[in-house]
Each structure stands twice: as C-alpha cells, then as structure tokens.
Write a protein that binds this ligand. Structure first.
Ligand SMILES: N[C@@H](CCC[C@H](N)C(=O)O)C(=O)O
Length: 265
C-alpha cells in the first residue's frame, strides 16, 4: 500500500489514494496503527481519497484513534493539495466530504482555500462561563481567556482542561473539540488559538474547523473578516459574511497544505 504524508499548519495526515477501493475502512486498529507516532507513520488522522460521481473526488476522514469522524478543515485542504499532486484537479475543485459538498481553490503560492459549511450563530456553552459552542462541520467548544487571567495561553493547561470539557456530560455521547483563545490587544492582529482534539485525545498543532469556529465567535468580540488565527503550527485565515440572524455564510478557511513525504507499506 502506498501512502503520502501531508500537513496543514502542523495538523498532519496519512493520505491514501483509494480510488481503486482496496483499503478496508472498517479496520480501525490498522488506521490507529498507521497514525501511531511510535509504531506507525504518525498523524492526527487518516484520509482516503475516493472517486465520487458528480464530484472531483470524495474525502473520507478518520481520527488518529481509527474512528470515522466529522469534518476536518485542515484535512480537507490537504486532500485538495493531494488531488492536485495526483493530477486529478487543476486549481479549482468541488468535492464531497461528510458534511456535504465543498468548493476549494489552490492559489499560485500554494495556499489552499476551502469553502466551509454555513454556520449557525454561536450558542452559549453549558460548560464554562461565557464559553460558546459552534458546529463548523465538527463540534467546537470555545473558551476565550480573560486578558487579566493567569496563566496566559502559552502556559495554559490545554490537555487537562480540554480533556475535562471534551468528556463533560453536557457533550455526551459524541464529545467535542475544545479551543482556547487569547484575545489580542488589537482584533485585527492574529488571534492565538490552541486546540484539544477529540479522537486524537490531545492538543494538536492546529485545527481547521476549530479556527473557523474561533473566527466566527471572535466576530462577537470585535474581529472583522478576514480574521487571522495563530495556531501552534502556523497562521490560518477565515473570511465570512454574517447574516442578520447571526448565522454565517460564504465561510472560507485558507492556509498552507504541504506534502511531507510518501512511502510504501
Ligand atoms: N483537525 C481537524 C478536525 C478533525 C475532526 C476532529 N478531531 C473531530 O473529531 O471532531 C480540522 O482541521 O478541522
């Protein structure tokens, strides 16, 4: 089996060209082993690229624990870069993912722009004061750090607090991803974000659906489209239109998506 390793701002994926349908997607131990950083290739998730009538391709996403999951924004951007690498698409595409059709563009500098689903206005989260929840293709809890709060985001216990919120009974049984955000002095500056990811069960260097949720929630705190987000693995941008009812349309996630290496198993 041939594999390719991709990363988008440090959120990394094992990518498999499964147009011939040879990969057993029910083999969760195999997927988990391929994603294992000591016994396998090492990744936050595994993605199958498959043929799909009426679309350029289909993206099928699994978390590092081997389970199929909801939408992955960075994974979607990496799959677009992979489809281009395979010669399947040019600079524009329309593909199918678990949350529906997605348009995407590859810019001349390699930046991949991915259109996300329309998103409802943030709701007050049941956990944490002033925390909010949004579904951007995947579920996201967002906690804004009080600028006067100690510790800072750099020192914050993302694993411990993220793990507690992810497993809080308010989110039973599906669980949620959890994002921690520092409010910048100027909302036009990049918003620093760290994310605990469900299915990886740890902090990852970046989460695309997560920063999308953060950008939309940050619009209630002075951020204006396009919003810059500083993840641990690099910068992403999110642009959007806000509707009168508070919902968001025309949501685009942009950033780098890079092939790291490939190999044979
Ligand atoms: N890293 C992803 C999100 C992947 C899905 C997530 N772990 C979940 O299970 O909801 C992204 O870039 O969006």
């Amino acid at each position: 089996m041939q594999f390719h390793k991709y990363q988008g701002t440090g959120n990394d994926f094992v990518m498999i060209d499964d147009r011939a349908r040879g990969f057993d997607e029910t083999d969760q131990p195999l997927i988990a082993r391929l994603c294992d950083r000591r016994f396998g290739i090492g990744a936050d998730g595994l993605i199958l690229l498959r043929n799909k009538p009426d679309f350029d391709f289909e993206m099928v996403y699994f978390n590092a624990d081997g389970r199929p999951s909801s939408m992955c924004g960075n994974g979607g951007r990496c799959t677009v870069a992979f489809a281009k690498y395979l010669g399947l698409i040019g600079d524009q595409t329309r593909f199918l993912a678990i949350d529906g059709p997605h348009d995407a563009r590859v810019e001349p500098d390699g930046t991949v722009r991915l259109k996300m689903i329309d998103v409802n206005a943030p709701i007050e989260a049941e956990v944490g004061e002033e925390d909010v929840f949004l579904h951007t293709g995947s579920p996201h809890h967002i906690h804004f750090l009080d600028p006067a709060e100690s510790p800072s985001l750099a020192e914050f216990d993302v694993y411990g607090t993220g793990h507690d919120i992810r497993y809080d009974q308010a989110y039973d049984p599906a669980g949620t991803n959890v994002n921690f955000v520092e409010i910048p002095a100027d909302p036009a500056h990049a918003w620093p974000v760290r994310t605990y990811e469900r299915g990886v069960e740890n902090e990852t260097l970046s989460c695309g659906t997560g920063v999308t949720a953060v950008a939309l929630a940050a619009s209630q705190r002075g951020a204006v489209s396009p919003v810059r987000l500083q993840t641990m693995g690099g910068e992403l941008q999110v642009s959007f239109d806000q509707q009168a009812d508070g919902s968001f349309t025309n949501v685009w996630l942009s950033g780098p998506a890079t092939r790291v290496f490939g190999g044979e198993l």
